[in-house]
Design a protein around this ligand. Structure first.
Ligand code: GTP
Length: 388
């Protein structure tokens, strides 16, 4: 078997086909943007496979048809890849740019294949648009790679940088040849090396896409372990991690952290009267009231049931009490319309100050708990602060 352009294209086409099937069937259980991005990339690989296989079996079709169908499929694959990558990264999709680049490339490539057949100009024209496609992909990956957030984004970015280098190298070689080949299928060193290297790109890009997908899965799992599914605020684990980080910051700045433990009053009666689903809605409204009152940098999390914890860094006792009072009053003012009935909820709040000198937040949490107990005993719908 000779390693001519047809044979290499057959290998590339087979490889792209296998990669497309792997991306389509081998992944599931992730956020919809990740699955959709991956499946769109699988569709692009199918188009790339089609373009390669047309070139591999081109001898039985007219050369012009091979050119037009092959290039159309390849350009469409590039445009779809731009969208799929951005879908995976949850960046603006840039449909218009991808479409314009694809159409612009197609018009020139078709012109230099039919009206004014010229291999060098056709390659130059197509390469220019492919460089733009790759640059768009690099732009999507740039931020994540620069912040060193993800290795997958860096790997993909370098794949597209190498693709640009390959295009530049190919054109430079073609234009400096005394007798350049008249088409991609004409046996020549530059054509064989280009097709060989161009075929490795889908493999590298697919590995990058799969790594990116795995990072998204890990991030999803990380978030799911820390987010309360009903209210969307952080849960106990999230609170534990956040409070340690806040305390470390308070220690460095020699400041203190305000702790508020907020508990709905007689919440059982809400469930008993209106049912659990409406009880959930009341909890959601309560959380959104708390959130509205917080400053940037303050945190709210769900400790469990109808009990929430607010952490407010760099705060004095008087400011913490004022914040607690604002939260209490906002919730008291809110009138819930449940099943045609109007209902007002109140909360009791226990407040405490955690000093940067304390080893952890446990003691401050306990003080806030005692203050909450006192607020309940004092008749509810009030704020109490621990003496310490
Ligand atoms: N709807 C709903 N109810 C919940 C949820 N988690 C806990 N609860 C309910 O919250 C109620 C808490 O009841 P208690 O601990 O007796 O407290 P309370 O009725 O608020 O009384 P006080 O705290 O003493 O004012 C129980 O009825 C729980 O079923 C939830 O996620 N959704």
């Amino acid at each position: 078997m000779q390693l001519n352009v047809e044979t290499l294209s057959l290998i590339n086409g087979g490889q792209a086909l296998v990669l497309a099937l792997m991306l389509w069937f081998g992944t599931h259980d992730a956020s919809s943007h990740a699955i959709n991005g991956l499946r769109l990339r699988a569709a692009a690989l199918l188009m790339e496979a089609g373009s390669d296989l047309i070139l591999a079996f081109g001898t039985s079709i007219s050369p012009l048809h091979v050119l037009l169908i092959g290039n159309t499929l390849n350009l469409a694959a590039q445009a779809v890849t731009i969208i799929s990558l951005r879908m995976l990264l949850q960046r603006p999709l840039r449909w218009r740019e991808a479409l314009l680049l694809g159409i612009g490339a197609w018009i020139g490539v078709t012109y230099f294949s039919t009206a004014h057949p010229d291999y060098l100009l056709r390659v130059l024209w197509g390469s220019f648009f492919l460089v733009c496609n790759n640059a768009l992909n690099i732009a999507a990956l740039w931020g994540g790679c620069r912040k060193r957030e993800t290795r997958a984004q860096c790997l993909l970015l370098w794949t597209y940088v190498l693709a640009i280098a390959l295009l530049v190298w190919r054109n430079a070689w073609l234009w400096t040849l005394p007798v350049p080949p008249g088409g991609i299928s004409v046996p020549s060193q530059v054509n064989s090396i280009y097709v060989l290297l161009f075929g490795i790109q889908p493999l590298l890009a697919s590995i990058g896409f799969l790594l990116l997908y795995s990072e998204i899965l890990q991030r999803d799992l990380f978030d799911q372990a820390r987010i309360d599914p009903l209210t969307g605020v952080i849960n106990r684990l999230g609170l534990l991690e956040a409070s340690e980080a806040l305390l470390a910051g308070a220690r460095r700045r020699r400041e203190s952290i305000g702790v508020l433990l907020i508990d709905a009053d007689h919440f059982k009666s809400v469930n008993d009267r209106f049912g659990h689903d409406d009880g959930d809605r009341v909890l959601l409204e309560m959380v959104s009231n708390i959130r509205r009152m917080l400053r940037a940098g303050d945190l709210v999390g769900r400790v469990g049931g109808e009990e929430f914890l607010v952490l407010s860094p760099s705060v004095k006792e008087s400011d913490l009490l004022a914040l607690a009072e604002r939260i209490r009053a906002a919730i008291e003012r809110t009138v819930f319309a449940i099943a045609g009935e109007r209902y007002s909820l109140t909360v009791s709040i226990g407040a405490a100050i955690a000093h940067g000198s304390e080893p952890d937040m446990m003691a401050a949490r306990r003080r806030a708990d005692i203050a909450l107990y006192e607020a309940k005993r004092a008749g509810r719908n009030c704020v109490m602060i621990s003496a310490h």
